[in-house]
Design a protein around this ligand. Structure first.
Ligand code: ADP
Length: 266
């Protein structure tokens, strides 16, 4: 049985309702708790690499001072940790930018095929490293949608990066595009872009929380692969701005499918 989860995205107008409902003391407390959790998470995520860096600096100053081999090795680790911090700060900035223009509807007409090809190019090295074959369906006709090209590139780059990272080495990732005459949630014609991997998939119990900031199924594995836990939260916000939605289908053991749905009559 396919586990199927639909991340119902709030239409922009709903944010007004959300504000109103915050009048309620319980909701206010909840919002405040979420803010506190977020700050605590960010601090923790930044402190981990920082602590490692401080430890290695201390070691370089003392015991490893005259050991060239150890010095090189430690400097390599320090460089990785600094990169991790840099990635995290980059993702935090993306998230905050996306949140800032949440209510501004994108107006540019663009060809999704160009965006998908660029995402594929961005991740060509990662795919080569894992011997992952990324196949973009062979259609040539432009796929016109109204959107923000940079943000949609972020959406597909994040999803494709996950499919390559979590889908496992020596596998295939498929990008499939199709039109839906009537999307039942968007209530109109829609463009669907499916990113399907052949990895271990995701246990259905995780699906409802997957787009939460810093939510990871396997934190250790995510960190090992350079993940920040923010990729899908960014995807959700960007699709929200486009009045689209994200569907996640997963059959443990048989791979995951992330389906981006964008309205065609926007
Ligand atoms: P991360 O930076 O950790 O990859 P994301 O927000 O992009 O953060 O994803 C959240 C979590 O969802 C990941 O840590 C991973 O556990 C899980 N996940 C995402 N995509 C896939 C996939 N294609 N297959 C299996 N698990 C996935």
């Amino acid at each position: 049985n396919d586990a199927f989860y639909d991340v119902h995205l709030q239409p922009v107008a709903a944010s007004a309702l959300l504000l109103l409902s915050f009048q309620n003391a319980t909701d206010l407390a909840h919002a405040e708790k979420m803010r506190r959790d977020f700050v605590a998470n960010v601090s923790h995520e930044l402190r981990t690499p920082l602590t490692a860096l401080m430890g290695f600096i201390e070691t370089l100053r003392s015991s490893a001072r005259d050991d060239a081999k150890a010095r090189d090795r430690f400097l390599g680790i320090m460089s990785d940790e600094a990169e991790r911090m840099n990635r995290l700060v980059g993702k935090l900035l993306s998230l905050s930018r996306v949140e800032a223009d949440q209510h501004v509807r994108p107006t540019t007409e663009l060809d999704l095929r160009v965006v998908l090809r660029r995402a594929q190019e961005n991740l060509a090295q990662l795919a080569r490293d894992g011997r992952v074959d990324v196949r973009l369906d062979s259609g040539q006709a432009p796929l016109q949608v109204i959107g923000d090209a940079d943000q949609l590139l972020q959406v597909f780059t994040n999803l494709l990066e996950n499919a390559i990272k979590y889908g496992g080495n020596d596998r295939t990732v498929d990008i499939i595009t199709r039109k839906s005459a009537h999307d039942p949630v968007l209530r109109g014609p829609a463009m669907e872009i499916v990113i399907a991997d052949q990895g271990p998939g995701i246990d259905p119990i995780h699906l409802p929380r997957l787009t939460e900031r810093f939510y990871r199924v396997d934190g250790h594995r995510s960190r090992e692969l350079g993940g920040t836990g923010l990729g899908l939260a960014i995807v959700k916000h960007i699709l929200n701005r486009h009045r689209g939605r994200l569907k996640i289908a997963s059959q443990p053991g048989k791979g995951a499918q992330f389906i981006v749905v964008l309205p065609l009559d926007a």
